[in-house]
Design a protein around this ligand. Structure first.
Ligand SMILES: [Zn+2]
Ligand SMILES: [Zn+2]
Length: 330
């Protein structure tokens, strides 16, 4: 059947062809303004910046610039093209009498370029807090590099969800690393992350950085001290102790004098003053030659010297830790 209006094309719906049906819907459009950040591509619409899904927000705004009859509304956007001066869209318009009708529309666009607040912060080396990564012994160590890598990875992930979460710079100093953060709340999250991974201590201090919008602006310094000792290290606090085991929240210490084991929480440890006697452990591998219930014959794997040890060993090999000429099993 031919179209009842033009009599040329095949009828599609209600006796009308697609073209005549489309002509019954009248669309116009308002001009639209758009601000784009040239650095990151974020867009500003109605005074609000959008950092993700920019297209989605542009098209949503574009549909609100379409003017149509009262009985019509846009039910979907089937395709679009965002140009420098124009947005073109293919729409499905729902008309009260005609049902769904396909339409095309172009909207005049004026694009402005402006650096977004996040890019302004980043390029201005803005920061709200500093993580100072230090070791217990105050020596720069590999453990700090590891901690930094964990923090960088963590921040990259936060940044995916919040552009205000960023590292504005990292300073490598003789005594450790300073990590500058764009958002102060992230420093608190990093403290928690460090507590999960390391035997460490936190100290937060705040300082006045200036005033903004008649409010005091504070900067926060998070001093994170990580214990850089190992199994076999020796410390002193009223007695000599050899480190048996280090976990994120507790440390086990062998009292060298009486052989008892002391379990100390990270809070207690950092509150007390443990002096470092020997940082690098002296571990030696021994081969267990024979072992009874109360005595073992052990051979030093390097010097082949054989010693008698007054405790049993079930395993074939054992590491003993030396301090002042005496070997300790840990
Ligand atoms: Zn027709
Ligand atoms: Zn930007």
């Amino acid at each position: 059947m031919k179209c009842i209006l033009c009599g040329e094309n095949e009828a599609y719906k209600l006796g009308l062809c697609r073209s005549c049906l489309s002509d019954k819907i009248h669309l116009k459009s308002d001009n639209m303004d758009l601000t784009v950040c040239p650095k990151c591509g974020a867009v500003r619409l109605n005074k609000k910046w959008h950092y993700d899904n920019a297209d989605k927000y542009i098209i949503k705004s574009a549909t609100s610039h379409v003017i149509m009859d009262k009985e019509d509304k846009i039910s979907s956007v089937t395709s679009y093209n965002i140009g420098e001066n124009e947005i073109s869209m293919e729409l499905v318009v729902e008309d009260r009498n005609l049902g769904d009708v396909e339409k095309e529309i172009s909207i005049n666009l004026k694009t402005y370029k402006e650096s977004c607040p996040v890019c302004n912060k980043v390029t201005g080396s803005y920061y709200e807090s500093v993580i100072q990564l230090r070791t217990y012994t105050t020596a720069y160590g590999k453990i700090l590099e590891e901690a930094k890598d964990t923090i960088v990875k963590f921040m990259k992930n936060l940044n995916k969800h919040d552009p205000n979460s960023f590292i504005s710079r990292i300073d490598t100093l003789k005594e450790g690393l300073d990590i500058y953060l764009g958002k102060k709340e992230d420093a608190v999250k990093i403290d928690k992350l460090m507590e999960l991974d390391y035997f460490c201590n936190m100290k937060i201090t705040k300082s006045l950085a200036g005033r903004k919008d008649s409010k005091d602006l504070f900067r926060y310094t998070h001093l994170v001290r990580i214990l850089d000792l190992q199994k076999g290290s020796v410390v002193y606090n009223k007695a000599y102790y050899m480190v048996k085991n280090i976990k994120p929240n507790t440390i086990e210490l062998l009292d060298i004098h009486n052989g008892s084991t002391l379990t100390v929480s990270s809070k207690e440890f950092f509150r007390a003053t443990y002096r470092i006697v020997m940082k690098e452990p002296e571990a030696t591998k021994f081969i267990v030659l024979s072992s009874t219930d109360n005595e073992s014959q052990l051979m030093n794997s390097r010097t082949f010297e054989i010693i008698t040890f007054r405790s049993p060993f079930k395993q074939k090999e054992v590491n003993l830790y030396k301090y002042e000429g005496v070997f300790y099993p840990l």
